[in-house]
Design a protein around this ligand. Structure first.
Ligand SMILES: *[C@@H]1O[C@H](CO)[C@@H](O)[C@H](O)[C@H]1NC(C)=O
Ligand SMILES: *[C@@H]1O[C@H](CO)[C@@H](O)[C@H](O)[C@H]1NC(C)=O
Ligand SMILES: *[C@@H]1O[C@H](CO)[C@@H](O)[C@H](O)[C@H]1NC(C)=O
Ligand SMILES: *[C@@H]1O[C@H](CO)[C@@H](O)[C@H](O)[C@H]1NC(C)=O
Ligand SMILES: *[C@@H]1O[C@H](CO)[C@@H](O)[C@H](O)[C@H]1NC(C)=O
Length: 520
């Protein structure tokens, strides 16, 4: 083929003038919901990369904003005198609070199905985004025990009526072909052992008063009776079966949203408990079954439901020494948080029972009747996440777990059409996935707050609507995250007595994480 010299020159110039794409560059797509998503495929995805802190005297900052910045990294020098900014945020390292467990999401049946619709290369890219040190370093994965609404059918692991000994207990194909292989791959990508958390939605229908997995219904009989004993044994069997795949659980909850099956006629899988029946089932059945099993190190979290039930629910269960000795923590969901001030629900519970940690086990965007389903690029939802995480962290919560790790463009699959949003939306027809603004909200915390990080105080030189939370990591380095939900840009400085002054600015509608090492 003949070559035209002019054309070659043109092509060369075009290539040369293309801005070199940093590995952290978002391939932005705007779907008209206020901000952008970052598109990823089998060969490219914007990635924050692993974080090596510069020596003391310098700091790193990471910024995400409505205007399209996504974990944009910059570096600067700490100063030895005040910048003169009106607003000074001082790190008060003598005020010490709770330690972090971790951050993560849920490997639902639907999440697993969505991930597996991608090509193997894109699946791997997606898992790396969540779990690897180049990605956002999730350390917690919630695993539903059998089906929930984010499944394509109703099942439990023991659907043979009358099988009280659970002789016919079997994991489902959703576990053995989808969730377990993906959990193993996630574990292989992670630098630390993942903290797995199990929650059950419904007991087998034949153990229940309503004879169905859905709707209003509880276990038949009374705590201590054969149905309650079988339901405790079911948890142990689940842990046994997953252990055969080298997957051991950090914790399990007493069951997802017990009020759903107790108070309401839920349209999907639920099992009702009152605080009193949950207390008695734990003390008479679940606690003893776990103690006698090979899973004595698996911790038990009560509630797994809305925080407006606190402190009442915790008080009923934990004021009973027979139940309390089997419990380690209190799990909360974020729905209806606006109806339950954090101070009254979370802090009050912490001060009543400081030896039991608080942990957030479920949250998603797109669940409200007037704001349903997937909204690609919604920045409002990123702010909702960051606001709730900061509020929780500032009220003794030790970690925060998102709901489905991945959903499809319709916010499913979900067998009752309870479609919601997810930080990762998969478009299998194009073999791509979109990282929503909420993905970056999670990143601003999950990537920096390693297990063992301890919250410290922040004092303000003057009143501000900025939302902030500060931590000291196990290696002594500092992390400060700042959310600005307003239309105003705010200049401020950070004062840390161990290093000096950090000049900074919080742009309108942004999330900013500052991190710096301190002299040993
Ligand atoms: C993957 O995404 C990158 C960046 O957008 C693009 O250059 C590349 O062509 C894409 N690969 C495929 C197979 O679409
Ligand atoms: C403060 O920093 C400036 C330059 O950044 C330097 O010249 C000066 O010596 C420092 N002062 C002290 C007391 O460290
Ligand atoms: C339950 O297990 C028993 C013994 O393993 C077996 O004989 C029976 O067929 C199973 N029943 C069902 C419904 O799977
Ligand atoms: C089991 O998982 C742990 C990490 O959780 C890993 O270190 C170990 O090598 C695994 N063992 C097998 C047999 O895969
Ligand atoms: C619960 O809802 C189902 C439909 O989802 C309905 O068929 C049933 O009658 C309801 N039960 C009660 C007790 O309201």
């Amino acid at each position: 083929m003949m070559t035209q010299p002019g054309l070659v020159l043109f092509v060369t110039l075009a290539v040369a003038s293309t801005p070199s794409r940093g590995n952290n560059e978002c391939v932005a797509r705007n779907f008209g919901h206020g901000s952008v998503v970052c598109e990823c495929n089998a060969t490219y995805c914007d990635t924050p990369g692993s974080i090596q802190l510069p020596p003391p005297g310098q700091y790193l900052s990471f910024l995400s904003s409505q205007t399209g910045k996504r974990m944009e990294r910059s570096q600067g020098h700490v100063q030895n005198k005040s910048t003169g900014a009106d607003l000074r945020l001082s790190i008060v390292s003598s005020q010490k609070y709770q330690r972090i467990k971790g951050f993560g999401g849920a490997m639902t049946d639907s999440a697993a199905m969505n991930i597996l619709t991608l090509s193997p290369g894109a699946q791997d890219m997606l898992l790396r985004q969540y779990f690897s040190v180049e990605g956002i370093e999730y350390s917690v994965v919630r695993v539903p025990m059998a089906s929930c609404d984010f499944s394509t059918r109703q099942y439990t692991y023991a659907d043979t009526p009358g099988d009280y000994q659970l002789d016919n207990f079997t994991l489902a194909p959703e576990d053995t072909h989808m969730k377990i292989p993906l959990l193993q791959r996630a574990q292989a990508l992670a630098s630390q052992p993942l903290s797995l958390l199990a929650s059950a939605w419904s007991a087998p229908a034949w153990l229940k008063t309503n004879g169905a997995l859905i709707g209003k219904g509880t276990l038949k009989g009374q705590p201590g009776g054969k149905e309650h004993k079988t339901w405790a044994k079911y948890y142990v069997r689940f842990l046994d079966e997953y252990r055969k795949y080298n997957l051991t659980f950090w914790a399990m909850t007493t069951g997802n949203e017990p009020t759903a099956g107790e108070l309401t006629n839920y349209s999907f899988q639920a099992l009702g408990f009152t605080p009193e029946t949950q207390r008695d089932w734990v003390s008479m059945d679940l606690g003893p079954a776990l103690t006698q099993s090979q899973h004595q190190r698996t911790q038990v979290l009560l509630l797994d439901d809305q925080r407006l039930l606190l402190p009442h629910w915790a008080r009923v269960v934990l004021s009973d020494i027979h139940a309390a000795r089997y419990i380690h923590g209190i799990a909360v969901h974020w729905y209806m948080d606006h109806m339950a001030p954090a101070e009254l629900s979370l802090s009050t519970t912490h001060h009543l029972y400081p030896e039991y940690y608080l942990f957030a086990t479920e949250a998603c965007a797109g669940w409200k009747p007037y704001d349903r389903g997937v909204k690609l690029g919604s920045w409002d939802r990123a702010e909702d996440y960051a606001h709730d995480i900061i509020e929780d962290l500032n009220h003794y919560v030790t970690g925060w777990t998102d709901w489905n790790l991945a959903l499809d463009l319709g916010g499913g699959p979900n067998w009752v059409k309870n479609f919601v949003d997810s930080p990762v939306i998969v478009d299998r027809t194009r073999d791509v996935f979109y990282k929503q603004p909420t993905f970056y909200s999670m990143a601003h915390f999950s990537k920096f707050l390693r297990e063992g990080s301890q919250r410290v105080g922040v004092s303000y030189s003057l009143g501000s609507d900025l939302e902030t939370t500060a931590f000291i990591r196990p290696d002594g380095s500092r992390v400060l995250t700042v959310l600005n939900r307003s239309d105003k840009e705010v200049q401020f400085e950070v004062w840390d007595s161990t290093v000096g002054y950090i000049p900074s600015v919080s742009p309108t509608h942004s999330i900013l994480t500052l991190t710096w090492a301190v002299p040993q």
